[in-house]
Design a protein around this ligand. Sequence first.
Ligand SMILES: [Zn+2]
Length: 155
Amino acid sequence: MIDEIQPNYASYSIDELEDALRHVDSEAYPQRVQAIKQELQIKRAQHTAAKQANTEHSDNEQFFKCPSCLKSISFFSKAANSWGKTKTCPHCGAHFEVRMNYVALAIALVPLVFVHRLLFIPILVAMGLPGAIGMGVVTGTAMALSMRFKKPSQD
Ligand SMILES: [Zn+2]
């Protein structure tokens, strides 16, 4: 049976998905209803995680931003990956520390594990690789999402 090509629901916003769910012909496209519901679940989980992470922000705790000058510092930049606990901002020269936010880590893992099961495992299996490899990627991503740059405590 050849199904009509589905819209790319992954690119939809939560509002658009809810709208699509209201208007889709569930008799004619049961797979679409499933796909929309699945995507909504992922998007809502991500939304909650993002909101949670934002609430935890304080002026002294920034998400990939220098806590002093508020300019972005890439997670992959030399400054963020330099050796030692205290890093130096490449923009203003202020020192900051990298801390793990374990609450954010736990929250980030939930949608990521979900995405992992839906996306990574089928891809890895299709490539003939064990699905367990994807878990490392998921954990690494969650850890990157949970890093916070803080002013050194002695300040
Ligand atoms: Zn700075």
